[in-house]
Design a protein around this ligand. Structure first.
Ligand code: SRM
Ligand code: SF4
Length: 591
């Protein structure tokens, strides 16, 4: 290992060169650029695949700072740079301080590597792609082996997009991990920055008695098409902003179509009986705006799903705003052109004179209660079950991956599904194996029958305090966090369950800041990191949101209280009051 990397744990920021290539200077001037010169610039910059209008926006004075970084050198260069950087550091000829800061802090995110420089300099979080949350035993064991060498620094999280993030990764080993991921059929490429994020679907796809269509093959194909089988697809590497896509195949809407930029909702056409997809679009959360999707006036057939998605991405890439970063998500484009024109543009990009069918209105006589996936449930295949286990706050250690793989192989079919609620589902478990399976020690750690709060608890990865089971070496991870989430979430929920009888499951979502990665507005109760004061002193605190509804007829939770100090002595009584008043909880009578 390079001695510089071994010895220093200081942020190398000041020493790292921030380069500004001539490409940026040339493109930023108003002077006309010769076509050959422009092509050469476009070739090494992120302009290669952009339309003329998008190139103009990306190089305009008003373009946001990330556009400037992309123009200088496309994020897709990280797919090759990461191997070169790893090798250079291994050879010991290059020091960390010599590396370009934009490469390290920004471009490497295209390769799934997020420098956690604020709290753990030189350590990266590696975000994967796990379409539809499906993992097999070989993949689980590889994930264990990737983080095990990092000791207390290495751990992993199941994310709110039913995905995996590895912790503690160094640039020295990143190349080996990426190759290993490819070997087992996984990838980290295009999981961050202005790319399509992890594709989510029905976590019980293929085994669900109520599904209209199996989302697994659809999402596998979409993943292969969008990301060139995990190697990265340059054409879609320079979108104006991130884009979340999901496919929902039941009335439960497990992947939350209402908060994805693009949510395909499977419905049965009342006339033809065919399953087609309505398109909900534009939903997103951010610091400045939180908005649910609108229904586009079109629907697509299963055969049109991929061409439509591909065309939509091109429309977004070519027409989306590249100005104020807070106004670049897909919703802004849809609002600017109008939903009808937007659909027409997508149809035009699909070519061959495509005319999209109108959205399909479906009426249901009976309301539908969103199902809880934890516990034991019969599959549509007679004699087989899925078993949902609760992973508190989604935190996993290396040994957990190995144990999950072993249980999946011993009792199920060797595969699992991870969920947007940060839990794990074992599938294809025969009836006869259930009793022995549930007695496995893994279910002591990850119970299949959690309490009414733990069962629906979700948390982002903000600050992390040392804690017996969730330990992952100190206060690392997300630098945006205004309040701690994971460890506190588990502790607060345990305290509330110990003190209250709660008649029904209440979903509590913790998120460390207004980016709302933990989807505070989706919870029955949402806690969002925010400033607060205690005894006149500034302390970590939360805003509290109430009333999020998911499944059919979703609604975002509304702000209910702010400035609640994040200390258990204040937070727990406040949440108790809410649970008693709004959710019918009662103080436990202690004999
Ligand atoms: Fe997120 C940025 C973690 C789901 C909205 N998110 C970040 C960063 C990358 C910030 C950073 O560099 O530190 C966080 C990395 C922290 C870390 O070390 O883990 C981060 N986001 C996460 C995850 C891991 C939270 C979790 O604990 O599960 C989720 C990873 C999903 C995945 O596997 O791809 C995650 N982020 C979300 C969601 C939820 C969703 O997709 O349903 C949202 C809200 C929905 C949305 O995107 O509209 C979300 N994250 C954001 C935003 C605000 C986006 C915006 O338009 O402004 C940011 C900030 C940004 O992108 O500039 C952000
Ligand atoms: Fe970080 Fe904020 Fe997202 Fe939590 S919500 S992971 S603190 S950006």
């Amino acid at each position: 290992m390079n001695p510089t990397l071994q010895q220093t744990n200081r942020a190398p920021r000041t020493a790292v060169r921030r380069s500004r290539s001539s490409a940026v200077r040339v493109l930023a001037t108003a002077a006309p650029v010769a076509p050959a010169q422009a092509d050469a610039i476009a070739d090494r910059s992120g302009l290669k695949h952009l339309s003329e209008a998008a190139r103009t926006r990306a190089t305009d004075k008003k373009a946001n700072k990330f556009e400037k970084v992309k123009v200088e050198k496309c994020g897709s260069t990280a797919w090759t740079d990461v191997f070169e950087l790893s090798q250079k550091l291994k050879d010991g000829n290059t020091k960390w301080e010599d590396l370009n800061l934009d490469d390290i802090d920004i471009r490497l995110k295209w390769a799934g590597l997020f420098h956690r420089g604020k709290r753990t300099p030189l350590k990266f979080m590696m975000r994967l792609k796990v379409p539809n949350g499906e993992l097999n035993a070989r993949q689980l064991r590889f994930l264990a082996s990737s983080i095990a060498p990092y000791g207390a620094d290495g751990c992993a999280d199941i994310t709110t997009r039913a995905n995996i993030q590895l912790r503690g990764v160094t640039l020295l080993e990143a190349d080996t991990i990426i190759r290993g991921l490819w070997d087992v059929g996984l990838t980290a490429f295009q999981s961050g920055m202005d790319s399509v994020r992890n594709l989510t679907g029905n976590p019980i796809a293929g085994i669900d008695p109520h599904e209209l269509v199996d989302t697994l093959p659809l999402l596998r194909d979409m993943e292969a098409m969008l990301f060139d089988n995990g190697k990265g697809r340059e054409e879609f590497a320079n979108l104006p902003r991130k884009l979340n896509i999901c496919i929902s195949s039941t009335r439960d809407d497990f992947p939350h179509t209402h908060i994805n930029d693009v949510g395909f909702e499977a419905v049965r056409h009342p006339d033809s009986g065919e399953v087609v997809f309505n398109v909900l679009a534009g939903g997103y959360f951010s610091i400045k705006r939180n908005v649910t999707s609108i229904s586009l006036p079109c629907s697509v057939t299963e055969q049109q799903l991929l061409p439509f998605t591909e065309a939509l991405l091109r429309v977004f890439r070519d027409h989306g705003s590249r100005g104020d970063r807070q106004q670049t998500r897909l919703m802004w484009l849809i609002e600017a052109v109008g939903p009808e024109k937007f659909c027409a543009l997508v149809a035009e990009y699909m070519g061959n004179g495509t005319v999209l069918a109108p959205a399909v209105h479906v009426h249901h006589d009976q309301p539908w209660e969103r199902r809880n996936l934890l516990g034991v449930h019969p599959q549509k295949q007679a004699g087989l079950n899925w078993v949902g286990a609760c992973v508190p706050a989604g935190r996993l250690q290396a040994a957990d991956f190995d144990d999950i793989a072993a249980v999946a192989e011993q009792y199920g079919d060797g595969t699992v599904r991870i969920t947007c609620e940060e839990n794990v589902l074992f599938v294809n478990v025969p009836d006869a194996k259930l009793p022995q399976m549930l007695a496995d020690p893994l279910f002591k750690r990850f119970t299949a029958s959690p309490g009414p709060l733990l069962s629906g608890m979700v948390s982002c990865t903000a600050l992390e305090l040392k804690r017996a089971r969730t330990v992952c070496s100190g206060n690392q991870f997300c630098g945006f966090g205004l309040a701690e989430t994971k460890a506190r979430a588990v502790k607060v929920v345990e305290m509330l369950e110990a003190q209250l009888d709660i008649p029904r499951a209440v979903r509590i979502h913790f998120t460390g800041c207004p980016n709302s990665c933990g989807q505070a507005q989706v919870g029955d109760i949402g806690l969002m990191g925010a400033p607060a004061k205690l005894d006149g002193k500034a302390v970590e605190g939360y805003k509290i949101f109430l009333g999020g509804k998911i499944g059919e007829n979703p609604e975002l939770a509304k702000e209910f209280a702010q400035g609640i100090p994040a200390v258990e002595s204040v937070l727990v009584p406040k949440l108790k009051e809410i649970l008693i008043k709004e959710f019918g909880a009662k103080e436990k009578v202690i004999a």
